[in-house]
Design a protein around this ligand. Sequence first.
Ligand code: FE2
Length: 278
Amino acid sequence: MLNPQQKQRYLDEGFLVLPGFVPRAQVTALRDRAWAIVEAFDPAAGSGIFATDDASRAADAWFLGSARTVRCFFEAEAFDASGHLRQPKALSINKIGHALHELDPVYAPFSHSAELAALAADLGLVAPQLWQSTVVFKPPRIGGEVRWHQDATFLHTEPITVTGFWLALEDADVHNGCLWVEPGGHRGPLRERYLRDGDALRMAPLNAAPWPTPHQAVPLEVPAGTLVCLHGLLPHHSAPNRSAVSRVAYTLHAADGRSRWSPDNWLQPDDGALPAGF
Ligand code: FE2
């Protein structure tokens, strides 16, 4: 799957960009399926506004209950002051999460494909476990910022093995909120942990190391079908989308079963049953 240079680049930089990893037809099928899930979503059945800087989501049962199902989350800016959607529902969704890889008839087979399994093995995941999947929409005009973070903050193991797979389902650039990364930043410390205590969630600081400065960050402007691999300690962020087009992506997070899943992660296995691999 990966050549020695690509493996070395991942080790050196903490991320790897693989253009054309997924064929155009499959990208279209995945993207169409995302829109179909949103179309079928009835906000009256429940909803949650997802914003990484909003402590109120900590208490959001909609979020905590999404670990083993497929739920839609609204953008923080989706509603006006009177509580009405500013844009059509299809252009108001922040994400779908968090078990598409287990339950969805289109996303599950993709998530368990031989190509992803081979890639994960090449990145060093010996006993991979798929923990979480999301479709992130970054809708036009109201797509929210995702501030600098490390995925190990949210999906923690000892030692840290969480690895992110980020698939562009639409072209991503600096105008519609592409990823930004700090090359080599995975050698830095884990700065914070997102801790669960019962149904309470909080962000706990661990290390005061500063987030990257603008000149340390590089944008990953990629066409649809590109897969980006992200080390769990790599600082990354994405800006708000104020453009007229969305920036849909599918993310999948795996950890190595040889590491210990932290019991205070927000996401816990049902009845102690650990998740399957690719
Ligand atoms: Fe992330």
